[in-house]
Design a protein. Structure first.
Length: 307
């Protein structure tokens, strides 16, 4: 690849990493508070569906984004009530949510359009060049000519990093994920903290789904998240449950996915299905190499019972 192709590749890597980053940030909040974020895939798909249908009906992307966040939060609320309130198994609940959302979105899509899945065409968020910075050679094209949600994801990474490290709210959230009994003794309610973290994480994951339907492709199709929620979980593990290292993990997987798209255009004597497996194989390889030494939050997956 020449210089221009490399710049385009890097810019595409950031765009592709954007939905992963939203999902990973949402999952990070949930897991730092002590709840496995297996349901991120379903929350992202709920957000993609809610945003697409709302934008189609209202012709307003802003409203669609709000509904995307609300749809993801609603899916997160299901997990929050089941796991934090009724102490259901986190893994089973998350997987059940993923299956529920796949079926429910397919059913609603056909129910809204007389029993047939329509071909939805939606307006998409275009690139917003930042004045002066976008004109910088190389880096301007990569970093400063991105769509709005990509900028938002990067800003949220900084905001969540500061929240966790510098605020009392972040301290309480981390304490609940490490030792909920101690947090309760200090005056916090671990159940409420976990529920709030899961719902907030669901809203972020819903926006990750909105990136797919309202920024990248301008449509909605059945199961369009296509495993991105699980790759986001891999990025969290690679990033050791810290926002900026998680961002780097998302960029790594985004780069692999961008390379996979380019390789498909090279007419190699390899099945396209094998090439499409590349991001998932990369996730498995990275987890096998890096994830083995990852330290989970101490109380993750442990139900809090008030004695």
């Amino acid at each position: 690849m020449d210089g221009a192709a490399i710049i385009e590749f890097l810019a595409a890597s950031i765009r592709i990493a954007t939905p992963l980053l939203f999902g990973a940030l949402g999952g990070l909040l949930s897991e730092r508070a002590g709840t496995f974020a297996v349901g991120i895939e379903g929350m992202m798909l709920a957000g993609a569906f809610g945003g697409a249908v709302t934008t189609l009906l209202t012709a307003d992307i802003g409203t669609g984004l709000a509904v995307s966040a609300g749809s993801g939060a609603a899916a997160g609320l299901i997990v929050a009530v089941a796991t934090a309130k009724f102490r259901a198994d986190h893994m089973v609940t998350g997987l059940a949510l993923n299956i529920l959302v796949v079926g429910l979105t397919s059913f609603l899509l056909r129910g809204l359009f007389a029993g047939q899945a329509p071909v939805i065409q939606l307006p998409t968020l275009k690139a917003l060049p930042i004045p002066y910075l976008a004109d910088l050679p190389g880096i301007g094209r990569v970093l400063f000519q991105q769509p709005a949600l990509t900028y938002a994801a990067l800003v949220l990474t900084l905001a969540i990093s500061l929240l966790l490290a510098k605020t009392r709210t972040g301290l309480i959230l981390r304490a609940v994920g490490e030792n909920p009994e101690a947090a309760f003794t200090a005056g916090s309610n671990p159940v409420r903290v976990r529920m709030a973290a899961i719902v907030a994480g669901g809203a972020l994951a819903g926006l990750g789904g909105a990136v797919l339907s309202l920024q990248e492709v301008g449509t909605f199709t059945d199961g369009m998240t296509n495993g991105r929620g699980f790759i986001a979980l891999a990025a969290i593990i690679v990033g050791r449950w810290m926002p900026f290292p998680t961002l780097l993990g998302c960029l790594l997987f985004g780069g692999v996915a961008a390379l996979e798209l380019r390789v498909q255009g090279w007419d190699l004597p390899v099945s396209s299905y094998i090439i499409q497996m590349t991001p998932y194989l990369a996730a498995l390889a990275v987890l096998a190499g890096i994830g083995r030494g990852a330290r989970l939050p101490a109380a993750i997956g442990t139900a809090f019972t008030r004695n």
